[in-house]
Structure formats: C-alpha cells, structure tokens
Design a protein around this ligand. Structure first.
Ligand SMILES: [Zn+2]
Length: 309
C-alpha cells in the first residue's frame, strides 16, 4: 500500500515537472521579432536607423527604439499603432529616437485610445532623460512641437497620453531591474557603457521566449552576459570592426566582445545590426572573430526581416 502511494506521488511529481517545463519552453510560433531598422546614423544605404518590433499572436506589441526611417518600416510591416503596449529606448541619440514625434503625430489618426508608456535612461550633460526628451518635444511652452502638447498634458483632451518613465542609469549600480510587466510581457533592463552617454540594454520575456537587445554599448560594464543569459535571440550592434580605435571603440563593441557575450550568455541565435560603413564590408571577419567564443547561428538581418525566437 505504502509502495503504491509512493508510486502515485512519484508519477504526480513527474507530471508536475513536465508541465512546468512545457510552461517555460518558448512558444516560438506565437512570437516574432521584426527589424524596423538595421542601420546606424550614416546617410549611406537603404537601411533605416535602429528600430525593432515584437509581435505576439500576430499583433505588434513592443517597440524598441525609433531611429529615423524606422517609422516607415513600421508602416510597411502592417503593424497597428493602437496595438503597441510600450516603447523602450536604449538611449536618446538621434539614430535611436528621431522618429518618436512622427509616431505620435501619425498615431493621432489611429484608433489608439489607451495610454502608451515609454521607457528610457536618465540623462546627463550630453543627452536628455526619457522624461525630458518627451517634455522638450511636446511642452506647450518650450517644446519643439507645442501643438502636440495634449499628448502629454493630463488636463488636455486627447485620446491617449504618452507616459514617459526614466530609468536611472549608473556606473555603480549594475543589477538588472524589471521595469515592465503585463499579462504577456516582462521587460528587464540594465545600464550599459556607451561612452559618456547613459544607455540601457533590454531583456524581453514573452510566451516562454527571451529576446535581448544590447543597444549601443562598448561592453565595458560587462552587464550584458547576465541580462541576455539563455536568450533565444540576441540583437547585438555591430557598428565597428576589431581594429577600431579612438572614440568609436569607446562607444561600441568589437566583434570579439560580441562573441564573448553571446558565448557566455549561451544565446541560441545572434542577430547583428546597426551596420555602418566601417563594419558592413567586414562581415566575414566579424563572424570569424565571434566564432572564437560562440558557435550558434549568426545572422545579418535586413530591414523588415522577421525571426521567430
Ligand atoms: Zn546608434
């Protein structure tokens, strides 16, 4: 009798373990990462500057960065602005943020009627915080586009409000923090080193899948491997070659660094974007350097390409 109960208990435990494993595995077909911009800031080629879109069950839900041209890709993707749940900015350089005002203006003509949260790092002497970036764009008194002030003024009549959230960037406090959660998505962020500019990397968890974004970073704070641990997809910015010197190597990761991060974080697939003149013609060399530490698939996506995690 005792043996029988024990067997039953064992069977139940195995069932529980199995169902937990199923709950945690990535439901790949439900999730899609689409490239809205795979270029850098240069005026060189057909690529839009940085932007990414995460789809869940055929609805566009999360935007990461809004570089110039990425809004045009958003339109081409067939995404609906009213479906977007949040926008996450890695930092407020032009090539990651210049299309925000155009999203907001275009959104005026959409069906959107729920508030839109927006996240980004704190500012410093060189760059604005998320809150100040939005304020400087849309303030009634000192804004670039005062006529769009109803989008942020709680007293004004508008279909929805833009809700900025500033995430404190730091050289010292380097633990990842969860900043967003809804019924489907969980988003975690950590400070990264991008020269003197506050910048964040993001980890997005949805339907058991993990998609991480390095944003622009040099790798010097070494926060990326932990944040990206076990990612199904890691989007890393390949803006410089291994022999870069001076300012560019203070701002961006060398291919060798990307390989170390991808290897240490055991990512399942690596997507290389933010291509620039100095890196785009040296893709074979980049792959060889990355291969020293990472053996998974390496892809150089183009705008509008989509990937399941
Ligand atoms: Zn950039």
């Amino acid at each position: 009798m005792v043996a029988k109960s024990y067997m039953l208990l064992l069977a139940l435990s195995l069932l529980l373990i199995e169902s937990t494993a199923v709950a945690q595995s990535c439901q790949s077909q439900r999730v899609k990462l689409q490239m809205l911009g795979t270029g850098g800031p240069e005026l060189l080629n057909e690529r839009a500057s940085t932007g990414y879109l995460i789809w869940l069950d055929d609805k566009a839900r999360i935007i990461v960065d809004a570089g110039p041209g990425s809004l045009q890709r958003f339109k081409q993707s067939g995404a609906k602005y009213e479906d977007i749940r949040a926008i996450f900015f890695t930092h407020f350089h032009v090539d990651h943020s210049a299309d925000l005002a155009a999203y907001v203006k275009g959104g005026f003509f959409s069906e959107r009627n729920v508030n839109l949260p927006l996240y980004g790092p704190s500012g410093d002497t060189f760059i604005l915080s998320a809150d100040d970036f939005v304020k400087k764009l849309f303030s009634a008194t000192e804004g670039v586009y005062p006529y769009l002030n109803p989008t942020i003024d709680p007293q004004a009549n508008s279909e929805y409000k833009l809700q900025p959230h500033t995430i404190q960037w730091s050289y010292q406090k380097l633990d990842a923090i969860q900043i967003y959660e809804d019924n489907d998505f969980k988003v975690t962020t950590v400070s990264v080193h991008h020269g003197p500019f506050p910048a964040l990397a993001y980890r997005v968890e949805v339907a058991g899948c993990v998609i991480s974004f390095s944003g622009d970073m040099s790798g010097r704070l070494n926060t990326m491997p932990d944040l990206a641990m076990g990612s199904d997809l890691l989007v890393a910015h390949n803006a410089i070659p291994e022999d870069a010197t001076g300012v560019p190597q203070l701002l961006h990761m060398k291919p060798g660094t990307i390989g170390k991060i991808a290897g240490e974080a055991k990512v399942k697939k690596l997507l290389l974007t933010h291509m620039m003149q100095r890196s785009i013609n040296r893709q074979d060399e980049s792959v060889n350097l990355i291969r020293k530490n990472y053996q998974g698939p390496i892809i150089f996506p183009h705008d509008l390409e989509s990937f399941h995690p």
